[in-house]
Design a protein around this ligand. Structure first.
Ligand code: ATP
Length: 308
């Protein structure tokens, strides 16, 4: 659905994107994550044809964004970071205007409008001027205009920015529903947002892709955690002597049992669990739990940021 190859974009001396490439399949919901100034908005503007890249190519559903902008516009919906809503217009008039701008045929407009209005839960607010709505409801209006024409691809720039926790939950629920029909790429700098909404993340830092993986892959580590129901002799030493182990940390599990973090080799480290299980079986350890250790997305993000 999206193919980005070596995209570069500078604003004068500022290199906002420094050779960005990624691919997104139809039906995926992908989070574009990065700190402030990482280049997320610039990337989204380029994807939607609002900005031209200095170099590189962008294809949406096989169409070149620069060469076939109209066809691309027809199949995508875009919620910009600061959606240009008209405060004096009512929700209904604004969405009607957007349906006209989208050139949705008159005989289909009523159905498209009511679908978008129901999907975003705006039916009680149609006659209210947009300027009087809460930020959460204005965001819904922005999303409603983006989905009016049933786009195959939805690009949402910071869809929950500035919302309160209840509104965030509602917008996330809405995005999940929309994902049943469309491919979704959304940007955020909130890690929990990605964890709540998608299973794949592209991390942009300093105008470059620093990670592009499923969350489960990013979270995976070569380390294992062993929890015993009571202390047993020489466990730490035996774990240390296993092939592929570079260290062992003795600790306590969250519920107070003796535990060990067994550190695997950082590069090409194999799953240590089968060997640990075998050792436990041979020596009759009172094994309570054995699992691969996982990292939080926050830990991954911090590690990438400090490597920058
Ligand atoms: P945020 O999370 O803060 O919105 P972002 O990841 O979306 O950040 P961009 O808005 O794409 O990042 O900005 C990337 C870099 O380009 C930043 O250094 C920003 O200051 C710069 N930049 C963005 N737009 C312009 C512009 N119109 N003129 C000059 N510099 C710009």
């Amino acid at each position: 659905m999206i193919d980005v190859v070596d995209v570069k974009k500078s604003y004068g001396p500022i290199e906002a994107l420094r050779g960005v490439s990624f691919h997104i399949d139809e039906g995926e919901i992908v989070g574009l994550l990065g700190p402030n100034g990482a280049g997320k908005t610039t990337m989204m503007k380029i994807l939607t044809g609002f900005l031209q890249p200095d170099e590189g190519t962008v294809r949406i559903a096989g169409l070149d964004v620069l060469m076939q902008p109209r066809q691309v516009q027809a199949l995508l919906g875009y919620l910009p970071e600061n959606a240009p809503l008209y405060p004096e217009l009512s929700v209904q008039s604004y969405l009607q205007m957007m349906a006209d701008l989208r050139q949705i045929a008159r005989d289909q407009q009523r159905a498209c409008l009511s679908e978008a209005i129901y999907a975003t839960g705006l039916q009680e607010h149609l006659t209210r001027p947009i300027g009087e709505l809460s930020k959460g409801y204005r965001q819904r209006v922005g999303i409603a205009q983006a989905i009016l024409h049933h786009p195959r691809l939805l690009i949402l720039d910071e869809p929950t920015l500035g919302l309160d926790p209840t509104q965030i939950v509602e917008i996330r629920r809405l995005i999940r529903r929309l994902a049943e029909q469309s491919t979704i790429l959304f940007s955020t700098h909130i890690l929990s947002e990605v964890e709540a909404l998608c299973d794949r993340v592209i991390i942009l830092m300093n105008g470059q892709v620093r990670a592009d993986a499923r969350l489960s892959e990013l979270a995976a580590t070569p380390d294992a955690v062993v929890v015993l129901s009571e202390a047993a002799a020489d466990v730490e030493q035996m774990l240390r002597e296993l092939p592929g182990v570079r260290g062992v940390e003795a600790m306590r599990s969250a519920d107070g049992f003796p535990a060990y973090r067994v550190l695997g080799k950082r590069r090409g480290g194999k799953d240590l669990c089968p060997a640990i299980y075998e050792l436990a079986r041979q020596h009759n350890w009172p094994l309570r739990e054995l699992r691969r250790d996982v990292r939080t997305l926050e830990a991954v993000f911090n590690e990438l940021a400090t490597r920058a």
